[in-house]
Design a protein around this ligand. Structure first.
Ligand SMILES: NC(=O)c1ccc[n+]([C@@H]2O[C@H](COP(=O)([O-])OP(=O)(O)OC[C@H]3O[C@@H](n4cnc5c(N)ncnc54)[C@H](O)[C@@H]3O)[C@@H](O)[C@H]2O)c1
Length: 250
């Protein structure tokens, strides 16, 4: 039980799966949590050092069951990556309360619930929390009234956690990915949106799952032992560009 263990939510695919694989490569054990049982079974098959846990982070009673199950399997928790997220985009006038709630349930409530439930275990290891927000939590845009607001709240939640949990040696940091071609993004990005992103991002491209995972893994690691309460955009420079109009390029 000396091997470090990370809990990664939304680990069945996309950024969560890439982070799982990277952390396994770096010698961690990984509790892979996802509500999509089939995809999680496929993703975790053959991954040595990982174990699947089918739970929904937005349901308090699920979270209450998940954490003891993970601790029973691994005996410890050194890092929690709150990555599970949903994206539903729409104009303010067409965002009904059910859609607003669906987005908040997973993106915000899930982060709060999982972090809270893992605190006793993280206190024992003086562990780390890494919350995955989004560039949409830093920069407002159309169609993201629920998604962007949920991610801005995750940024503030991270700072609250850092302020309060530092005395236990627990660090909390936030990663804000720019666009990455995962199932989540591709469901809401048309070709027109993809082209516009390419124009607006200084590095002129989408990021990869691995590029986001590298930042997450760093923040979980001892290399980041004096870093807490920080928000790091892994976004190709998108956040830094105030007036990123294509017309202003040479
Ligand atoms: N892909 C992007 O462009 C992008 C950009 C910025 C931020 N993000 C954020 O990164 C995170 C990962 O996104 P991704 O692109 O890899 O998405 P994805 O859809 O590929 O993967 C998300 C995973 O989370 C799981 N999940 C969703 N709700 C859950 C819940 N309530 N309980 C348990 N599991 C749940 C899904 O089943 C899925 O396996 C999300 O928080 C997302 O908002 C993604």
């Amino acid at each position: 039980m000396t091997q470090k263990t990370a809990l990664i939510t939304g680990a069945a695919r996309g950024i969560g799966l890439a982070t799982t694989k990277l952390m396994l490569d770096r010698g961690w054990q990984v509790a892979m949590l996802d509500r999509d049982a089939e995809e999680l079974a496929r993703a975790s098959d053959g991954l040595e050092g990982a174990a699947p846990f089918v739970f929904d982070v937005s349901i308090p009673s699920d979270v209450d069951k998940a954490i003891p199950a993970i601790l029973e399997r691994f005996g410890r928790l050194d890092a929690v990556v709150n990555n599970a997220g949903v994206a539903e985009f729409g104009p303010i006038e067409q965002t009904d309360f059910a859609m607003w709630r669906r987005v908040m349930d997973t993106n915000l409530d899930g982060v709060f619930l999982v972090s809270q439930a893992t605190l006793p275990a993280l206190k024992e290891t003086r562990g780390a929390i890494v919350n995955i927000a989004s560039i949409s939590g830093l920069r407002a845009s159309t169609l993201r009234v629920a998604y962007g607001t949920s991610k801005a709240a995750v940024i503030q939640l991270t700072k609250q956690q850092a302020a309060e949990l530092g005395e236990y040696g627990i660090r909390s940091n936030c990663v804000c990915p720019g666009p990455v071609r995962t199932k989540l993004a591709m469901a809401v990005h048309s070709q027109e949106i993809i082209d516009a992103y390419h124009d607006a991002i200084p590095l002129n491209r989408y990021g990869s799952e691995l590029e986001i995972a590298e930042v997450i893994a760093f923040l979980c690691s001892e290399q980041a032992s004096y870093v807490t309460g920080q928000v790091i955009a892994s976004d190709g420079g998108f956040e830094s560009t105030g007036v990123g109009l294509p017309a202003l390029r040479k």
